[in-house]
Ligand binder design. Structure first.
Ligand code: HEM
Length: 211
């Protein structure tokens, strides 16, 4: 890919990732965050985290289906880091606006409210991934170990979805579309491996016994 094309695509990815934050800042500056600004910020940061996690997980299957899109994978790290950034903003919203920095209230919440415990688990799972996202860390850990650690992103996304379901009122189905998308992405991994295995077996050179 040409340097100028890469730069253009990177800039577009940055704009797309910063857009939800820009909208929140604009809404706050112009007093347009709705009747409950805390809920608006929580929803925007929480759903952007899930959307970006889902996009980062969709890049590899997209490349497999359409090899012309393999350049997409170059932006996976950036999208993943933005997912962590929004998860941290979401956590900060909770710490500052829901719990008012009250450590006792937070500890009680984590112990009593399972959706908070699950959200925190999702954030804690993303933390080592963000911490090891540098080229230096990849080199230091070695590709295999790094890849194994970064599989945690699936678990983090699953915890994020469970957290979402556990905090909506009974009967509310807003988390359904993201759940189905994530389930399809998760299922695509073993399906792809099985398919590749079958292809390899079919193309294998026949053994001496088999003629
Ligand atoms: C990867 C991590 C996380 C993801 C993907 C995530 C996602 C979400 C989503 C999508 C919502 C729904 C917003 C709505 O419908 O209004 C939400 C709500 C919420 N989340 Fe998270 N969350 C995460 C981590 C956390 C953490 C670490 C905390 C706090 C410790 C937290 C606290 C909350 C709270 C307080 C709400 C609002 C509940 C309410 O409206 O009563 N979340 N989250």
């Amino acid at each position: 890919m040409k340097r100028s094309t890469h730069l253009l695509l990177k800039t577009l990815t940055w704009i797309a990732c910063v857009w939800p934050l820009g909208r929140l800042i604009w809404g706050a500056a112009t007093n347009h965050l709705g009747a409950d600004p805390t809920a608006t910020i929580t929803f925007a940061t929480g759903s952007t985290t899930l959307n970006l996690l889902t996009i980062s997980l969709a890049l590899t299957p997209a490349r497999r289906l359409i090899p012309e899109l393999s350049w997409l994978v170059k932006f996976r790290r950036l999208v993943g880091l933005f997912a962590f950034f929004y998860a941290t903003l979401h956590l900060a919203t909770y710490v500052a606006l829901y719990a008012g920095f009250d450590l006792h209230a937070m500890a009680a919440d984590i112990a009593k409210r399972r959706f908070i415990t699950m959200g925190l688990t999702a954030w804690l799972l993303l933390l080592p991934l963000a911490a090891t996202s540098t080229t230096w860390a990849i080199r230091k850990m070695g590709g295999k170990r790094w890849n194994r650690l970064h599989k945690l992103v699936y678990l983090a996304a699953v915890c994020g979805v469970i957290h979402y379901w556990w905090q909506v009122k009974p009967g509310v189905l807003t988390p359904l579309s993201i759940t189905i998308t994530l389930a399809l992405l998760l299922a695509s991994r073993p399906v792809w491996s099985l398919w590749q295995k079958r292809l390899r077996n079919r193309n294998a050179v026949p053994t001496a016994a088999g003629g």
